[in-house]
Design a protein around this ligand. Structure first.
Ligand code: ADP
Ligand code: ASP
Ligand code: MG
Length: 407
């Protein structure tokens, strides 16, 4: 008898029939003698629909009110799933974030969980009920409703599993595990039996949306056993493991992540003197714009260029700020480009293997894909390319590193 936290994503609760199928699965776990806490997302498309409604009224909706609106999506599915369980004769109770008391900071639309009260959940479990919790939401210290950022139900599930010391946190979704790359882009992508927390963290932060990055961070920090599985078919899924269990014969590359959400800004002809990077990037960060890749060129004629990437939604604002700084610095030009994509190869095996980068660049060269920017860390290499080459580049790297072959 164990305590299991299960999370069902939008597609998995996207219709009445699917909600009934989830209820049947939860009941099977109950019948096997387990305590079950279920976290649900809103029905697929619902969060986007709510955002669109808000934007019809206010182009940049007030964040507090947006959270009140968005949190309703998850409240609908908690009630429907509880009803579906009741109709199977299974005791269940729905709770929203405030009722559990998922306490967060006050950063509306991207709040972080600070603590979770487990008493109410535990008392329902003791009475034999399945507890169905609304994902993606919490309340701040003044009881204002907050949400955790897109994909945030994953984080609710992992945080609950950590708070309740669950035996496993199971993320049920529309694919049967974590793949070498997005199976919607590469047909012969392969499901991984396991992947390390560290690699999963890179995959998530570099664009694989199968798990929200904060969920992976949480799982790593609190050593929550985490598994990604299909809600449509039975199977072992992918286990996210601690590194020492799987590095012995780690493949050099575990996966390829990519991201079409970034835009590139370059300021050309800036004086090559101390403090310039700070003067350029300081105002960007003061405007709360996150900067990702940063590359500065070798100086020539006492001037240099600086290029960085930001989220596409932030490009216009970043360009305006940059234009201003460029004028102050006497730079010759500001260039922007939102038709870019970033792709990254990830693997802990990279630490002990040479030649990974040249193999990557060789494969891209063979397909005539021009590399615009390169950044590396110990376990990943990222390149920025023209968006139109993204899918070709992902497929070509998948082949070059033989990711479709079983290890
Ligand atoms: P949910 O609604 O269940 O949270 P998401 O849409 O957030 O589901 O995440 C699942 C999707 O993530 C898959 O349908 C798949 O297209 C995408 N995905 C991206 N990269 C990967 C990967 N490496 N492995 C598996 N799925 C991936
Ligand atoms: N419903 C939210 C979203 O679409 C949260 C989630 O599904 O995890 O982003
Ligand atoms: Mg998701």
């Amino acid at each position: 008898m164990a305590l299991i936290v299960q999370k069902y994503g939008g597609t998995s609760v996207g219709s009445v029939e699917r909600i009934q199928a989830v209820a049947a699965r939860v009941q099977r776990w109950r019948n096997d003698g387990h305590d079950v806490v279920v976290v649900v997302s809103a029905m697929s498309g619902e969060t986007n629909r709510l955002i669109a409604l808000a934007e019809e009224i206010q182009p940049e909706p007030t964040a507090r009110e947006l959270d009140v609106l968005l949190s309703t999506g998850e409240q609908v599915t908690t009630a429907l799933l509880s009803m579906a369980l009741h109709s199977l004769g299974c005791s269940a109770v729905s709770l929203n974030g405030g009722q559990v008391r998922v306490l967060t900071d006050t950063a509306h639309t991207k709040a972080r969980i600070k603590s979770i009260d487990k008493e109410r959940i535990q008392s329902h479990l003791q009475q034999g009920a399945v507890v169905v919790v609304a994902g993606f939401q919490g309340v701040d210290q003044d009881n204002n409703i907050t949400t955790l950022g897109r994909g945030g139900s994953d984080t609710t599930a992992v945080a609950l599993a950590a708070a309740l010391s669950a035996s496993e946190c199971q993320i049920y979704t529309d694919v049967d595990g974590v793949y070498t790359t997005d199976p919607r882009v590469v047909g012969n992508a392969r499901r991984l039996d396991k992947i390390t927390f560290e690699e999963m963290l890179e995959m998530s932060s570099l664009g694989s949306k199968v798990l929200q990055i904060r969920a992976v961070e949480f799982a790593g920090k609190y050593a929550v056993p985490l598994r990604v599985l299909s809600s449509f078919e039975e199977g072992p899924g992918t286990l996210i493991t601690l590194e020492d269990e799987s590095t012995v014969e780690a493949p050099v590359i575990s996966g390829i992540a990519f991201n079409r959400d970034e835009a590139k800004l370059t300021v050309v002809g800036i004086p090559d003197i101390p403090g310039v990077a700070y003067r350029i990037l300081g105002p960007i960060s003061d405007a709360n714009i996150e900067v990702d890749v940063i590359v500065q060129n070798v100086a020539e004629d006492n001037t240099t260029d600086l290029t960085f990437t930001v989220h596409r939604n932030d490009m216009a604002r970043a360009a305006e700020i940059l234009q201003n700084t460029a004028e102050q610095l006497g730079a010759s030009e500001v260039r922007t480009d939102d038709k870019i994509a970033k792709l990254s190869i990830v693997g802990v095996g990279m630490r002990s293997h040479a030649g990974v980068a040249s193999k990557m660049f060789g494969a891209l060269a063979q397909d005539n894909v021009n590399i615009q920017l390169i950044t590396t860390s110990e376990i990943k290499i990222s390149v920025v390319v023209d968006e139109k080459f993204l899918e070709l580049a992902v497929r070509s790297l998948h082949e070059a590193f033989e990711l479709d072959q079983a290890v």
